[in-house]
Design a protein around this ligand. Structure first.
Ligand code: 1BN
Ligand code: ZN
Length: 391
């Protein structure tokens, strides 16, 4: 058989093998029960704009790529995972590029990747992952720009989500191993936090002056080959869904559903928001839900891809994207007023809770979200199975 025909045949066989899993995933998911939603909490200390021991305050500094502020924020992320989440595997992906303002000098860009996979998964290529993504660099101008919504607060939300699901992942995976069920293929699901550098343009946003870190990472992952016969041939294919948070933390955000292809995922997050509101777990009282476009249909306007951002190099390579960015953008966007003082901290905390609950549902953690190591006995009864085949 000629090599490319052989490759296509292998691809087809692999797709056929994966199909039952994809179908099963598409058919139903288990929501968090009311009791699990009630157990979620967000500490205001984490999102205080002055608490240096919190998640957010250390990011509220200028952090232009290649500057000491950028390195300091990266160190904050590294320390957070090392001190709180030792089971997460950390790696940096480094690149460099000249920019329109660097006078021919190379500027370094460093992305941080934090990954937690089931303990029995050895090596790459057999685990599909939820990627939760935000950029941590700040814009060169205006001088001393902080970028609190852009994207310090989203980064802090992701740290919160990682910590919020960590113990439940440990409990769930330990229970699976104890029951000897580790070979059930649908449990090969991991989670990844991508903190990306160099999203902002240095001069004017163009395809070459923007998303430096995301471009380098997507390129590298596309050419990183997993072992022969792997289910996923490279780390890009391992991404089940790329959830990009950006420009979050201002009052009254309205986030549309941008992509028809991932509208089902948008609806899952919108449902999380609605259930948290019903359970009185959210602090803000907006006129409409943040995620207000659940009921959109085929005929409506889908503006997917028109808001340029870090997802572009991934989307161009076939990754499914859920873009959580408000439209319109916050009033403070790219101004000196995008600072800690202009954040709506109720909204910030609400996004942190929504993101955590969304990740918990994605990772099928119902029954494991309490601090106890044992799954709750009633989890099967209280959780609701939802059909997500329809748009
Ligand atoms: C989002 C936050 N972006 C930059 N900071 C991307 C963007 C740039 C979106 C220009 C629209 C225009
Ligand atoms: Zn920006």
């Amino acid at each position: 058989m000629n090599p490319s025909l052989q490759q296509n045949t292998m691809q087809l066989l692999r797709s056929l093998l994966i199909l039952p899993l994809a179908l099963r995933e598409a058919l139903a998911y288990t929501t968090l029960a009311e009791e699990s939603l009630q157990s979620l909490s967000v500490s205001s200390d984490d999102f205080s704009i002055t608490n240096d021991d919190g998640l957010l305050a250390p990011i509220l500094i200028p952090r232009v790529p290649g500057t000491p502020g950028n390195a300091k924020v990266l160190q904050h992320f590294h320390d957070f995972f090392t001190n709180n989440l030792p089971e997460w595997k950390l790696s940096f992906q480094n690149s460099s590029s000249t920019t329109p303002t660097s006078s021919g000098k190379e500027v370094p860009f460093r992305n941080l990747i934090a990954t937690r996979d089931p303990p029995w998964v050895e090596g790459e290529g057999e685990v599909g992952r939820l990627a939760l993504v935000a950029h941590f660099d700040s814009k060169l101008t205006p001088k001393n720009f902080i970028g609190a919504t852009d994207s310090a607060a989203p980064c802090a939300m992701l740290l919160h989500a990682a910590r919020g699901i960590d113990a439940a992942l440990t409990s769930k995976w330990a229970a699976i191993e104890a029951k000897g069920e580790r070979d059930e293929f649908d449990e090969h699901r991991g989670v990844q936090i991508l903190l990306l550098d160099g999203e902002e343009a240095f001069a004017t946003w163009t395809h070459t002056d923007s998303v430096y870190g995301a471009r380098a990472l997507a390129e590298e992952w596309e050419s990183t080959v997993n072992p022969a016969m792997s289910t996923f041939k490279n780390p890009l294919e391992s991404i089940d869904l790329f959830v990009l948070l950006d420009l979050l933390g201002a009052s009254n955000p309205a986030v549309p559903s941008y992509f028809k292809i991932t509208h089902w995922a948008y609806k899952r997050m919108a449902s999380v928001e609605e259930r948290l509101r019903q359970a009185n777990k959210l602090k803000s009282k907006p006129e409409a839900n943040f995620l207000w476009e659940s009921n959109k249909d085929e005929q409506d306007r889908w503006s997917g891809g028109t808001v340029e951002d870090d997802h572009l190099p991934f989307m161009a390579r076939g990754v499914d994207i859920l873009h959580i960015i408000p439209h319109p953008f916050p009033n403070v966007w790219h101004t000196s007023s995008d600072d800690g003082e202009h954040l709506d901290l109720d909204v910030v905390e609400d996004w942190a809770m929504i993101t955590t609950a969304f990740a918990a549902e994605w990772m099928e953690l119902e029954g494991y979200m309490q601090s106890s190591k044992e799954p709750r006995k009633d989890s099967k009864r209280t959780a609701i199975e939802h059909d997500r085949t329809e748009l």
